[in-house]
Design a protein around this ligand. Sequence first.
Ligand SMILES: [Fe+2]
Length: 363
Amino acid sequence: MDAGFFVPVRIVGGENCVKKGAQHFAPFGRSALIVCGKSAAQNGALADVKSALAANGQSAVVYDAIPQNPTLACVYEGARVARENRVDFVVAIGGGSPMDAAKAIAVLACQDAPEGLFAHAIGNAVLPMIHIPTTAGTGSEVTPYAIITNDEQKTKQSISSPALFPRIAFLDGKYMASLPQEVTVNTALDAVSHAVEGMLSVRAGGMSDLFAKQALSLLLGEYENLLAGSYTPASRQNLLYGATLAGMVIANTGTTPVHGMGYSLTYFHGVPHGRANGLLLPNFLKECERIWPGSTRKVFDALGMDLQTFAQKVKALLGRRKKLPEEELRDFAARAAKNKNVRNCRVPFTEADLYTVLKRSVG
Ligand SMILES: [Fe+2]
């Protein structure tokens, strides 16, 4: 089994790590572009970053116009702001949307992409990035991917390059103290999906499986708290570490059909990304086992439960689900079948198999 593994990101973790670790910002230059959503001002992360930069005599420009599911327009605008202010580095604060947008901005601030961002071969000239997650899910702080909405293709699409790894990730669960319950659950399901999908990737190896197991142990260790919606600072930190570990998994393995199908639920119905994955994951595993008996054994060993128990637990977190019409399920299966995530799975999925998962999950 291949044991290759690469994540070139310095992790600085623990309570108040941004302010305590201000010296980590110093080597990156005189001025920063802070990329965030509106919530960064409320959860304290923006103030902590400003104070850390000020302690080093560094200046900052804030670009906080990142919507849920970042668009090409917002990343080009962010890059314009970066160029106009001649910033030296980028600090991303937020959930997946600001963290992914920041990566595209860091590219476009240094590189013209006349062929369009999605067709662009990303070179090494990218502004250095420091990521501060304020949700525990996406893992973007340790991945070389950015997921941006592609309105031309009517989906979310990833750009990928080793140059998109942030240099540093600050992990402080205190920024999640007032995160809404729905966001906490959805993002945790995204992280669980990353760990599980990573184990079923054609690129899974001994090392990535090790990280996936530890991620699942931390995330599912918080299951009762997720269900009850009550969190201690320690449980927030566990969820964050679990999500980051799961991010390290997909940094090496990529994702599989669950993400491929989930993008349609998000693009066409606004289903939050992690919820979309949670809706599909149990039936994806069931279909894996039907297509290739034994293929999911290591996943359920890591989860410490069988499929039925896992499906019940996920269902309890998701609550009521919307049913989609037949023609949409067929369309989404056809779209997913063209997605590279499907070919990234050890278990070969046909369009009919993808339809089965969609039908059982949201049909
Ligand atoms: Fe994801």
